[in-house]
Structures are given as C-alpha cells and as structure tokens.
Design a protein around this ligand. Structure first.
Ligand SMILES: N[C@@H](CCC(=O)N[C@@H](CS)C(=O)NCC(=O)O)C(=O)O
Length: 319
C-alpha cells in the first residue's frame, strides 16, 4: 500500500522508490527544538523550554529511529522527566496504533492511533505519521518527529531539569561524531533498509556493499579507540546501536544483509554487548519483536510471513 506524493510513490514504510529501483526515506516535517532556555534551536520555532514532566515521548519497540531516542532517555536518566508511551509493535491500516489490553497504551490521551496525536497538534497535518514523536503537554503540539534532533535535545537541553551530566556530543569530538553520524546514517541505519527494499539487483548490491564497508570501517576504528569518536561513548555510538542490535536477528535475513554477521566482528560485537549491558539498555531491546516485525508478511519481501527460528544470539557478556 502507498500513495503518490509529489509525483513519487510513498509506501507505508515511508520510503520512496527512485527510477533505478533504489529506495529513499522521506524527510521529517516537524523540527522544533526543546532548549534549556526556550530559545529557538537550529530549525523551527522557539518556545519549548526544557522542563521535567512537560514533554512526552511516543515510540514503538521495533522502530530503530525511536530506539535511539529511548536509549538517550535512559543514558541521560530522563525516565521520570520525560515519560513515554509505546505504540503496538506493528502497523495497521491506521498506521501506528495503541493496544491497551496488551500494554501498549497512550498514557496521555488514551488515543487508539498515533495519527490522532499528530492531528491533535495540527488538525491540518498531512505528512507521514512516524515514531518517534516528542509531544509538548503545555502547548499541546508536537515539538519534533525527527529522531536525530530528539537525541540531541534529550542529550543536551535537560541537564538542569532531571538529566545527568553525561555529554554525548562534546565540543572537542564534534567533527568526528558528525562524520560518523553522517556515514552511519546513510550506509547503515538507512543502508539496511536500502538493501531490504531495493527493487533491482544493482540497487541491492550497492546498498549491501555500503553496509559492510561501514561495518568493516567501524571494526578498524575500534582497534584504535574504545568508541567510535574516541575514548568515550558519544551520540555516534548511540545511533549505531539500534542497527547493530537488529542486525543478526532481522537485517541479516529479512533485508539480505548477509555477507557477515555482527558476531563475526570481534571488536564490534564486544562493544555492542558492553553497550547492551549498561543499566537500563536491555529493557529497551526486544529480539522477538524485531524477528517477527521484520519478517511480517510483505507482498514483495516475505509474502507468506514465515518467521525464521534463528539465529539464537547470546548477548550476555559471557556469550
Ligand atoms: N526521520 C525519521 C524516520 C522515522 C521513521 O521512519 N519511523 C518509521 C518506523 S521505523 C515510521 O514510523 N514509519 C511510518 C510511516 O512512514 O508511515 C526519524 O528518524 O525520526
């Protein structure tokens, strides 16, 4: 299913098909920023001052973009200051929906579907209805639906109002962080989707080559430094993790990213497991949901929706 936007076919997965059979993700539309003093951020308008309890995060366990926001929330100790509602880990003809009977509840409004939140903030909203979403309970509108920006805001704006002092975007490391973010976004976070949704052999081959070139480059980097941008954890490592944790159970088979597995990269595998072992991180990870979600029925990729039994990967530090 999909619809034509600007002369391009936009699928329910929000990715558009280019003439050569390659796929491209459509950009986010709502890009205001929460800041410490309420001043405008790099995009959008001002008036969104960081305050404990004022903002609410909407996510879904299976979405890797939402996952990076959840990871930052945990690592900054913002669980109480920024409450969360979790949509059911599947999409329906209503897009993302809630399923209170099974624990997937809109804790703010009791909405049945996420599109209700988008139109509550802007009755004329006509863009994609995606997670993650950061909602402002004071101004009753969406602040942002761009995960990269939400990661940065949660990481930097809330220090006076509940967050710990960890800095995942320190000034001295910004050039290295920006470079990794850019590369990883294109070739890995999005690269696995470009491989999985490609509709020509050439488009698939190009995407999969990008995926493994970048994984190889990261493995080489980890021989030099403990983390991507140096000897401390940064945003770049946070943004990498959702792709790594889905790799062997989902992307490897569902998206045919199968030249090597994560477990075949000794340093990358060790560093992913160490990240997973940090307090609160494992609670954000749901392997069965990834396996079922990425292998759910899809007319082109998996028409019968059969979910593979393996691989069984031991993420414990002993494994
Ligand atoms: N640029 C967005 C992308 C988010 C995104 O694509 N989320 C997917 C789920 S993984 C979604 O909600 N798709 C629904 C749709 O496109 O209709 C971000 O990084 O925040």
């Amino acid at each position: 299913m999909g619809r034509l936007i600007d002369g391009r076919w936009v699928t329910d997965e929000g990715i558009r098909l280019l003439p050569d059979g390659a796929w491209q993700r459509t950009p986010s539309l709502l890009r205001n920023w929460v800041t410490a003093d309420g001043a405008a951020g790099p995009t959008g308008t001002g008036g969104f001052k960081a305050e404990a309890g004022r903002y609410h995060l909407y996510v879904a366990w299976n979405c890797p973009w939402a996952h990076r926001a959840l990871l930052t929330r945990v690592l900054k100790g913002l669980e109480e200051a920024v409450p969360v509602s979790i949509a059911a880990p599947r999409r329906s003809d209503q897009g993302w929906v809630f399923d209170p009977e099974n624990g997937y509840e809109d804790r703010l409004f009791g909405a049945r579907a996420l599109h209700e939140i988008y139109t509550r903030g802007d009755p004329d909203y006509s863009g994609r209805v995606t997670v993650p979403v950061l909602w402002d309970t004071e101004r009753e509108q969406i602040v942002s639906n761009e995960s990269a920006d939400i990661v940065r805001m949660l990481g930097g704006a809330f220090n006076g109002v509940g967050a710990n002092a960890e800095d995942f975007y320190p000034a001295a490391l910004r050039p290295a962080i920006d470079a990794w973010n850019d590369r990883i976004h294109k070739t890995l976070n999005n690269g696995v989707y470009r491989a999985g949704f490609a509709e020509s052999q050439e488009a698939y081959a190009a995407a999969v080559a990008d995926v493994f070139e970048t994984l190889d480059a990261i493995e080489a980097q980890l021989a030099e430094t403990s983390y991507l941008a140096g000897d401390r954890l940064t945003e770049a490592d946070i943004r990498l993790f959702p792709t790594l944790v889905r790799f062997d159970v989902a992307y490897w088979s569902a998206f045919k990213c199968n030249i090597r597995r994560l477990v075949d990269y000794p340093r990358l595998w060790a560093s992913a497991r160490a990240f997973h072992a940090r307090p609160g991180i494992a609670e954000t990870v749901h392997f069965d949901i990834y396996k079922r979600g990425y292998h759910s029925p899809s007319p082109k990729r998996n028409p019968l929706g059969i979910v593979p039994a393996g691989p069984i990967v031991d993420w414990s530090l002993a494994g």
